[in-house]
Design a protein around this ligand. Structure first.
Ligand code: WT7
Length: 663
C-alpha cells in the first residue's frame, strides 16, 4: 500500500435490520435453492458450465478454465460462438415478434420505438453489411461515440456480428476523451450521432465528435453519423461522413453470416479511469463475458423472457453493456432503454415509464435513489408501480435510509432489492444477495455470488475478523473477468494483481485479484463495501481518476499545481474538490476559476466539473514530497483534521482549512 492508499478504513454503515425475500417473489423466482452455494464450491470451476449452457455454441468448448498461465486465465477454451447470433438469431423462431428493445425518447410528444427481435435482427444485419463495406474487418476496433439512441445497441451488435470489437465512449465525455480513446485503441472507424435531447432541448454532439476526430493521431477510415435530431439541428457533414439511415437503406434485406469467434476473442474494449492520467482499455471476451452477463441477469435480476426489464444506466458505461444490451438480449427478454433524464418533463418520468410499459425489474443507481428521495414520494405515488417485481442498485454503496426509501416507496415492500457490487473489470455482478434466497441487510451488498471467492484482508493479505475494515480481494478467477488491458499486459498485472499475488509463481493459488475497494465482512459473510482505496473518485456512480482531473487543471494557463480529492455530496455521493496553486504572476480569481472548469470539461466532460476550487499558496506534502490527500479530504468534508505530524509544511493545512471555511 502506498501511504495515500493506506487510509483508515472504518466501518461506516451499521446494518441492524434484516428483510426476507417476499413470498410472492420466491414463489416465481429463477433461483430458490440455497444449496447452489455449496454446489458451486464443490464443483468449481465446472459450475460455470451453467453459464456457458445459456449460450448457443458453434463449436463446443473443451476446457472450462485454462489456468496454466495466471493471471492470463482463459475460459471455455476451444469453443466458438457469435455474440450477435446469441442475442438475436436464436430467438427469432420463438420470440421474433416479441419486443427486444423498447426505446423511449425524451420528448413526450414523439412515438417511442419498439424493436422486435425480428426488426432488430434485420437492422443489425444491414448495418453489419454497411460496416463491412466501409472496410471494417474482423478484429478492427470500432469506436461508438453515441448517446442513448437505439442505433447504439444496433451498432454494438453489428460489430459483434462481424467480429469487430467495439469501444463505446460515453457521449458525455469530451472531444479530448474521444481522441485519447481512439488513439489508444488505434481505432480507425467511428460511429457517432448528430445530437440528442436533454431536458427538452436538442443538444449537439456532432461538432464535439469532429473536434475529437481532429485530435486523432492516425488516419480514420470511416465516420458514420446517426441523424437523431432531424430538422432541429442541421449538423455538419463536410468530411466524407456517411449518414446511418442511407447506409442501412442501401443494405436493405442484407444478411451477414455471424462470424465464428473463438471463446477468448475480444468482444469489446471499455475504457475506465485509473490512478494514472491514462484511461485503461479493459478487454472483455466473447464467451466468458457474455455467459457471465447472461447468468447474472437470470440469477440476480430474475429476468425471464416474458419480462419487461429496465436498467436506467447509460450504455456508455459497463452497466449498460452488461445489463441493457448483452445480458437481457442473450436471454431473449424485453429491455427498456430511455434517452433522457429522470426529471423531464417532470420528476415522475421514470415512474410514468414503469407504469406505461409495466416494467417488471428496475435496476438503477444510489445517486438516482437519493435524488428521488429528495424530491419526495409524491412523484412515485402518482403512478401504478404494481408491475414491479424486483429492484436493483449498482455503482456505489447505498445507505440504509435510501435503501429503505426505495424498498417502501418504489417496491411497496413487495420487491426484493439486489445491491450489486461489481466493476467495469469484473464484467458482471460479483457480490449481492440472490433475490429469491438471501436475507437482505440494507447497507450491505450481501455475500459473494456462488462460485465467487472473495476475502477481506489487511495490508499483508491476512484475512481480517468480521466487523473489521480491510481490503476486498477476489481469490479465484471467474468467467466475466477482464483478460488484460488493451496492449498493456504489464499494467494489467501491476494494477490488479501485484498487490496480493506472488507474481513469480505460475500456481493460480498464488494469484489474487485486487479491485481497490475497502470492505468489511459481518458474521454471516455479508460484505459491506466501503469505497475506493485508490485515487479514484466515484461521482454519481461514475469512476473518475484524480490524476486525470489534475492533469486537466494543470493544463490551464496560470495553474502551477493541483490536487483533487472527493468531498461528500448529498446526491452525487462524491464531488470533485480541486486545490490549486497558481503561477506566480497569476491570480486565483473568477476568470481563472471559470477557465479551470472549462479546462476540465474539455479534457474529460461535465461529469468531472469541480464542485469547489480552492486557491492556495501551498499543498500539504510529506517530507518525501507526496501530496497528503487525506488531509485535503478532511478539509473538503469539514472533518477534524487527521495527523499532520509527518508533514513537511503542517501550517499550510490550517491555512487551507481557513480559506475553505471562509468560502
Ligand atoms: C466501482 C466500480 C459496476 C458498474 C458501475 C460502476 C463502486 C459499484 C457498488 C456497490 C458499493 C460499489 C466500487 C467499484 N461500486 N457497485 N453495489 N456498492 N460500491 O462501475 O465505474 O467500474 O466502478 O464502483 O467502488 O470498485 P465502475
Amino acid at each position: 500500500m502506498t501511504e495515500d492508499n493506506d487510509v483508515e478504513l472504518e466501518a461506516r454503515l451499521e446494518n441492524r435490520e434484516r428483510f426476507e425475500p417476499p413470498q410472492s417473489f420466491v414463489a416465481q423466482a429463477n433461483l430458490v435453492d440455497d444449496t447452489i452455494y455449496d454446489e458451486f464450491e464443490r464443483n468449481w470451476p465446472e459450475c460455470w458450465k451453467q453459464a456457458a449452457d445459456l449460450l448457443d455454441w458453434e463449436n463446443e468448448y473443451e476446457t472450462v478454465l485454462d489456468d496454466s498461465d495466471p493471471p492470463f486465465y482463459e475460459w471455455f477454451t476451444g469453443g466458438s460462438l457469435n455474440a450477435s447470433a446469441n442475442c438475436l438469431d436464436r430467438h427469432l423462431d420463438d420470440r421474433g415478434d416479441e419486443v427486444a428493445i423498447e426505446w423511449v425518447g425524451e420528448p413526450t410528444d414523439e412515438d417511442d420505438r419498439a424493436y422486435t427481435y425480428e426488426a432488430l435482427h434485420r437492422e443489425v444485419n444491414e448495418f453489419a453489411a454497411a460496416l463491412r463495406e466501409q472496410g471494417v474487418k474482423e478484429d478492427d476496433v470500432v469506436t461508438l461515440y453515441m448517446p442513448m439512441v437505439p442505433e447504439l445497441p444496433i451498432a454494438m451488435l453489428a460489430c459483434a456480428r462481424i467480429g469487430a470489437p467495439h469501444s463505446v465512449v460515453f457521449a458525455g465525455f469530451s472531444a479530448d476523451a474521444l481522441a485519447t480513446r481512439m488513439n489508444s485503441a488505434d481505432s480507425e472507424h467511428l460511429v457517432t450521432c448528430d445530437g440528442y435531447y436533454r431536458r427538452g432541448d436538442p443538444l449537439q454532439h456532432k461538432e464535439k465528435a469532429d473536434e475529437g476526430l481532429s485530435g486523432v493521431d492516425h488516419d480514420v477510415e470511416s465516420v458514420v453519423v446517426v441523424d437523431r435530431l432531424g430538422d432541429e439541428y442541421d449538423h455538419p457533414m463536410e468530411n466524407g461522413e456517411l449518414d446511418y439511415a442511407d447506409l442501412v437503406a442501401e443494405q436493405e434485406g442484407a444478411e451477414v453470416e455471424p462470424v465464428s469467434r473463438d471463446a477468448e476473442d475480444m468482444l469489446f474494449l471499455m475504457y475506465t479511469s485509473g490512478t494514472t492520467g491514462q484511461p485503461k482499455g479493459v478487454k472483455h471476451t466473447t464467451a466468458g463475458y457474455l455467459s457471465y452477463a447472461a447468468w447474472t441477469t437470470q440469477s440476480v435480476l430474475d429476468v425471464k423472457p416474458e419480462d419487461t426489464y429496465w436498467c436506467s444506466a447509460d450504455i456508455g458505461w459497463i452497466t449498460g453493456h452488461s445489463y441493457i444490451v448483452y445480458g437481457p438480449l442473450a436471454l431473449g427478454t424485453t429491455s427498456v432503454m430511455y434517452e433522457g433524464t429522470p426529471d423531464y418533463p417532470d420528476r415522475d418520468r421514470l415512474w410514468e415509464i414503469v407504469e406505461e410499459y409495466a416494467v417488471d425489474q428496475l435496476y438503477t443507481a444510489p445517486t438516482a435513489i437519493r435524488a428521488f428521495m429528495k424530491w419526495g414520494s409524491r412523484y412515485p405515488e402518482r403512478h401504478d408501480l404494481s408491475s414491479l417485481r424486483l429492484l436493483g442498485t449498482v455503482g456505489e454503496p447505498i445507505n440504509p435510509r435510501a435503501w429503505k426509501w426505495y424498498y417502501k416507496h418504489i417496491g411497496q415492500e413487495e420487491c426484493p432489492i439486489v445491491d450489486t457490487w461489481w466493476q467495469t473489470e469484473t464484467g458482471g455482478m460479483m457480490v449481492t444477495t440472490l433475490p429469491g434466497i438471501g436475507t437482505m441487510k440494507p447497507g450491505s451488498a450481501g455475500p459473494p455470488l456462488p462460485g465467487i471467492d472473495i476475502r477481506v484482508v489487511d495490508t499483508r493479505g491476512e484475512e481480517v475478523e468480521p466487523g473489521k475494515a480491510g481490503y476486498l480481494t477476489v481469490d479465484k478467477p471467474w468467467p466475466g473477468m477482464l483478460r488484460t488491458l488493451y496492449n498493456n499486459d504489464e499494467r494489467f498485472v501491476a494494477e490488479y494483481w501485484a498487490e496480493y499475488s506472488d507474481t513469480e509463481s505460475d500456481d493460480p493459488d498464488d494469484w489474487v485479484y485486487f479491485p481497490e475497494d475497502g470492505a468489511k465482512l459481518d458474521e454471516d459473510g455479508y460484505i459491506t463495501v466501503l469505497g475506493r482505496v485508490d485515487d479514484v473518485l466515484n461521482v454519481s456512480g461514475h469512476r473518475l481518476g484524480t490524476m486525470e482531473i489534475e492533469s486537466a487543471i494543470v493544463g490551464v494557463e496560470g495553474v502551477a499545481e493541483s490536487a483533487v480529492v472527493g468531498g461528500h455530496h448529498d446526491i452525487k455521493g462524491e464531488a470533485v474538490y480541486a486545490y490549486v496553486i497558481t503561477e506566480e504572476d497569476s491570480e486565483g480569481d473568477e476568470d481563472l476559476h471559470d477557465r479551470i472548469v472549462e479546462g476540465v470539461e474539455d479534457a474529460i466532460g461535465p461529469i468531472a466539473r469541480p464542485e469547489e476550487i480552492v486557491f492556495t499558496p501551498e499543498l500539504p506534502k510529506t517530507r518525501s514530497g507526496k501530496i497528503m490527500r487525506r488531509l485535503l479530504e478532511d478539509i473538503a468534508n469539514d472533518e477534524e483534521l487527521g495527523d499532520t505530524s509527518t508533514l513537511r509544511n503542517p501550517e499550510v493545512v490550517e491555512d487551507i482549512a481557513q480559506t475553505v471555511g471562509d468560502a
